[in-house]
Design a binder for this molecule. Structure first.
Ligand code: PHE
Length: 355
């Protein structure tokens, strides 16, 4: 047992509590009223009970202080209760119910494909590439012929290419009108418009007559790249794309080039990066190979240069094309491309956040 307090200055902790009554909510207010004034165990009640045992002088001075404090507490508790009550009634009148669960706010975020495109464009911008764009409806000449596809190439089949139901465009650069099957026709437009030296990246949509399944979409993004100048060699291609992979993925990302074929590049290659999911050990995402294919590339075919009026003896160049939808899938481990088209906030919310 502590000694009963007889000195009015001992009341200072209680005075401090009195000052805080105005900040209590309804539950804390009820508890504090009992803790201070409760008939059993209330702190002020206990002090009042000590008064009869005090000397007359002490009883007068201390008793007055304790009684004054008790009245102050009663007034403060009543005032706070009235204020809380008034606030509650005002909320009810305004239709606000604080017992309802909170509503989370949607915070906007870039779509993962938008983010991937922006990052890739920025990395190439640092290397001196500028953005170029072109139309999505093209003639056969821009999409195929100028790019050195032979006239009977299977890609031109209705099976793979979406043709538009409009009259053929006459002239050398015409032919049937189609939805571009890749962004490569913008290589042609860029060379025709500005000629070398050129360094461009071309983000845009491409279309193919594919079923919409886990790994194909009839409309998908591509980023094309083209550099044409005097003295450009395969070494420039490898250095540029290797640098890109290490900046975009991780500084220790391994790359490899495999021989491939495209009508508009010679030689042609495909570039793989070490699997971003398993780090190269082999997993389901890389089908056990440890590698993921991310782009097609090659040295611009001399026929493409001459189709655009560029002197193929003097100029050389490299080109590449990659799919941001696919790259977003590899980077974020997304198993089904359709998730990137559906706009389901439960999915997008997991990848949200700023760049
Ligand atoms: N256009 C090719 C495709 O869609 C990609 C590519 C672009 C390959 C440029 C080489 C050079 O598959």
């Amino acid at each position: 047992m502590t000694e009963p307090r007889h000195d009015p200055s001992d009341l200072s902790p209680l005075r401090a509590r009195l000052a805080r009554v105005g900040a209590l909510d309804a539950a804390a207010l009820a508890a504090e009223r009992i803790a201070v004034l409760g008939r059993k165990g209330g702190e002020l009640t206990a002090l009042l009970r000590t008064l009869p045992s005090l000397e007359a002088d002490a009883r007068r001075a201390f008793g007055a202080a304790v009684n004054e404090l008790k009245q102050a507490f009663e007034a403060a508790f009543d005032a706070r209760a009235a204020a809380l009550d008034a606030a509650r009634r005002a909320r009810e009148a305004a239709g606000i119910d604080l017992t309802m669960p909170g509503r989370g706010r949607w915070i906007g975020a870039e779509h993962p494909v938008t983010r991937v495109i922006a990052e890739i464009v920025e990395l190439f911008r640092e290397l001196g590439f500028v953005v170029a764009t072109g139309p999505e409806a093209e003639t056969e000449w821009y999409n195929f012929g100028a790019l050195n596809f032979p006239a009977d190439h299977p890609a031109m089949d209705m099976h793979d290419t979406l043709y538009l139901d409009v009259p053929e465009v006459p002239g050398d650069r015409g032919g049937r009108v189609l939805l571009r099957t890749h962004t490569s026709p913008v290589q042609i437009r860029t060379l025709l418009e500005s000629g070398p030296p050129v360094r461009v990246v071309i983000p845009g949509l491409a279309y193919r007559n594919d079923p919409f399944d886990a790994s194909h979409a009839p409309a998908f993004t591509q980023i094309e790249g083209l550099a044409v100048d005097e003295g450009i060699s395969f070494v420039d291609l490898k250095a540029t794309l290797g640098h890109f992979a290490r900046r975009f993925f991780a500084a220790d990302t391994r790359v490899r080039f495999r021989p491939s074929f495209f009508p508009f590049t010679e030689p042609s290659a495909e570039m793989d990066v070490g699997c971003q999911i398993c780090g190269g050990r082999g997993c389901a995402a890389c089908k056990g190979t440890g590698w993921m294919e991310i782009l097609g590339c090659g040295m611009v075919h001399p026929n493409v240069l001459s189709n655009c009026g560029v002197d193929a003896e003097r100029f050389t160049g490299f080109a590449f094309g990659m799919g941001p939808h696919r790259i977003a899938m590899l980077r974020y481990g997304i198993p089904d491309i359709r998730l990137l088209y559906e706009g389901d906030m439960r999915f997008l919310g997991q990848l949200g956040g700023g760049r």
